[in-house]
Design a protein around this ligand. Structure first.
Ligand SMILES: Nc1nc2c(ncn2[C@@H]2O[C@H](COP(=O)(O)OP(=O)(O)OP(=O)(O)O)[C@@H](O)[C@H]2O)c(=O)[nH]1
Ligand SMILES: [Mg+2]
Length: 327
């Protein structure tokens, strides 16, 4: 199952305790203090990895505990530091500290962020030696590590996000122009999780279909729109099977806008799909498609008509899309 949101509690390591020890010297009953300090508790980091399915690995992992530092020893020896804990998270993760509200985004593979600091080690008695107290019997305990509750929300990075009603042909298009092999079906809501495909070095994201009322929870809702929030461009697919494509287009835009206004300001191309359902040899259908295109041209956005059964229309779309992306 695809998981794009998890929560967990994490606590960095506690510092090791400082200790009380004495030098052993011949003829001296109690040599000077030489108790070492405790080691530092291990920190907790997050590191970004290119694997959009990674969060499902942590489905049952509700807690991370850092490694504690070790206690000091005689001979002024400091305890070993606890090893740091590194949590691998997918690129595109937005990490939020639930208590503080602070958040950081993992934007590229290998990016490493400190989430929680381990506690300092305590002081050994050697640290407390002064000219007036040469035999201190005091040592301090290690400090507890920082702790917190975190929310990890995956927001995919892609260049193009495909939007439209269920059945508009989004996944079919993704499969036709990229290396993806998304599931395709002649029924609504075939796609339940986002799919990514590589398009000449650009990434296209295919998401579940939207329906009227999605922002109120209809269909699959709009939660997955987070995955197109960070795309450069939207490709809005409207099937020519619809009686009134413009009405459908506006409905979907309304849902996009109620999720996040900024989606409406993104660059957009409009793709009128399944052109083969109209019979272009027929005058009435020819007129119909011209009328629809004219209406859409008023938006000022690039308009394409597409049929996956017409190689030329696919090639034309690919060529133009690459040009737009390279701009
Ligand atoms: N006639 C025709 N059918 C198409 C074309 N493109 C896609 N289809 C069909 O339309 C149906 C829906 O295609 P999908 O790609 O699954 O549609 P989707 O937009 O991803 O749908 P959801 O995942 O449910 O949102 C499938 O039966 C496809 O075979 C086309 O150009 N012409
Ligand atoms: Mg689909």
């Amino acid at each position: 199952m695809f998981i794009d949101e998890i929560k967990f509690y994490a606590k960095a390591g506690t510092g090791g305790d400082g200790v009380v020890r004495w030098r052993r010297e011949k003829f001296v009953d109690k040599g000077g203090p030489n108790g070492g300090d405790g080691g530092k508790g291990g920190d907790i980091y997050a590191v970004a990895v290119s694997d959009i399915h990674l969060l499902s690995k942590y489905k049952h992992k509700k807690e991370w505990r850092g490694n504690d530092g070790f206690e000091g020893a005689g001979g002024s020896r400091k305890g070993k530091d606890g090893l740091d804990t590194v949590i691998e998270l997918p690129v595109g993760s937005v990490i939020t500290n639930i208590e503080s509200g602070g958040s950081v985004s993992l934007d590229y593979p290998g990016q490493k962020e400190l989430l929680l600091k381990g506690g300092f080690g305590g002081y050994g008695n050697e640290q407390f030696k002064t000219s007036i107290n040469t035999t201190p019997t005091k040592a301090t305990k290690g400090k507890v590590g920082e702790q917190g509750n975190f929310k990890i929300e995956l927001q995919l990075f892609a260049d193009v996000g495909l939007v439209g009603l269920p059945n508009a042909g989004k996944s079919s298009l993704l499969n036709a122009v990229t290396n993806a092999s998304a599931k395709i079906g002649s029924y609504q809501f075939t796609t339940l999780d986002p799919n990514l495909g590589d398009f000449f070095g650009f990434t296209i994201a295919d998401i579940p279909g939207l329906i009227e009322g999605a922002s109120e929870g209809k269909g699959l809702g709009i939660k997955f729109l987070r995955h197109i929030k960070r795309t450069r461009m939207l490709a809005h697919l409207v099937s020519l099977e619809n009686e009134n494509p413009m009405k459908v287009y506006k409905q979907i835009r309304k849902e996009l806008g109620s999720y996040d206004e900024s989606l409406l300001e993104k660059d957009e191309v409009i793709i009128l799909t399944k052109a083969d359902v109209l019979d272009l040899d027929k005058k009435t259908d020819q007129k119909k498609i011209e009328k629809i295109k004219k209406e859409f041209e008023k938006t000022g956005k690039p308009i394409f008509t597409l049929s996956l059964y017409d190689d030329e229309s696919v090639k034309n779309l690919m060529d133009e899309l690459v040009k737009l992306l390279r701009k």
